[in-house]
Design a protein around this ligand. Structure first.
Ligand code: GDP
Length: 338
């Protein structure tokens, strides 16, 4: 049995930096129940003025690239410098398989013990759209609770990359040497999202190879970048294990923010992210509703059969679907989709 959510109490707790209230408010935004969605939106609306004041960093890399180790080491360093660090994760596979245990506290052993760190694994039981929504909202909550660096981790596959890039200011990709990883990354378009690349595990026997990989990647990135006057994406090497090169990676993140501020403006960049978020939420809601009632599902089934057998043209069937859908629109409940 879940306890009732008291929004006023949660807001006070979050503003006061209370970890229990923060964790609970994230549980609220993760819920898909319509009554919880209403409360979550009310809470987020009231906290809106207190969020946004953080460095939002996306961190991606294939499983084993060293994301947890890197976050642990970088997070501790940032806390030593006076920051408060929140780590969130976007891993839609975690609902099915246990995923890559992104954001697992036990894998960020040192960071997780700090009072100035807050680590939250990926929500489970939601598909990507829902995970992305919940993580976006969790980010606003941790900001309102005073965390001024938010790291959003994701694995280097699929649409979760794009979702994370759409919610952070700077996108950092961790790579490995000798894995053929770099070329696959370019093929999948992951590196096109990257603002900073770091070849991790540049230590011991692997150090020279990592440097070669970084150089090759740096050349490849020039080809990936679409505009001639675009900023060069820095490709660095680091060792999360030996804690070397981390300051340089963090400096590259800060440099990217300065660049963003100078060229585009951080507020404008975030504004554009919100606009595209607005559309993706709206479109998802329409699409959900299109398949949302029994009448529509039955009609869709009949139309599919009719088109399949050649009895009805695709266009006529589409018009019929839209006609019936339009008639239903006034009575639909446009609750936020997941
Ligand atoms: P994740 O799956 O991307 O989160 O990767 P982990 O942080 O769990 O690291 C995977 C493995 O690589 C672990 O055994 C780490 O100890 C190791 N590892 C991570 N960073 C480094 C590094 O910089 N150098 C070396 N040699 N090993 C590392």
């Amino acid at each position: 049995m879940s306890r009732r959510f008291d929004v006023a109490e949660l807001i006070d707790g979050v503003r006061g930096g209370d970890r229990v209230a923060l964790a609970r408010s994230i549980t609220l935004v993760e819920s898909r129940k319509p009554e919880h969605r209403k409360l979550a939106r009310q809470m987020l609306r009231e906290l809106a003025g207190s969020s946004g004041n953080s460095i939002r960093l996306g961190l991606s890399g294939v499983p084993g690239a060293g994301k947890s180790t890197f976050t642990d080491a970088l997070g501790c360093r940032l806390i030593d410098q006076g920051h408060r660090v929140a780590v969130l994760a976007v891993d839609p596979s975690s609902s099915v398989s246990g995923g890559s245990v992104l954001g697992d506290r036990t894998r960020m052993g040192i960071l997780s013990q700090s009072d100035d760190a807050f680590i939250r694994p990926s929500p489970t039981g939601l598909h990507l759209g829902g995970v992305a929504r919940a993580t976006r909202e969790a980010m606003l909550l941790v900001e309102a609770a005073g965390y001024d660096v938010v790291i959003v981790e994701t694995v280097g596959v699929g649409q979760s990359e794009v979702a994370v890039a759409g919610m952070v200011d700077t996108y950092l990709v961790l790579m490995l040497a000798r894995s053929g990883d770099q070329l696959q990354g370019i093929k999948k378009g992951i590196l096109e999202l990257a603002h900073v690349i770091a070849v991790n595990k540049a230590d011991g026997e692997n150090a020279a190879e990592a440097r070669v990989t970084a150089r090759d990647l740096s050349i490849a990135m020039k080809l990936v970048s679409s505009q001639a006057n675009e900023r060069r994406v820095p490709v660095l090497t680091c060792s999360a294990l030996e804690k070397s090169g981390l300051d340089e990676v963090w400096q590259a993140v800060l440099d990217h923010r300065v660049h963003l501020e100078k060229t585009y403006g951080l507020a404008k960049y975030r504004g554009a992210q919100q606009v595209s978020w607005m559309w993706s939420q709206t479109e998802a809601a329409v699409l959900d509703s299109l398949h949302g009632t029994r009448e529509m599902r039955e009609l869709a089934h009949r139309m599919e059969e009719a088109v399949d057998s050649g009895e009805t043209s695709a266009l006529d069937a589409s018009s019929e679907l839209l006609r019936v859908f339009a008639a239903q629109v006034p009575s639909l409940d446009w609750a936020q989709p997941d």
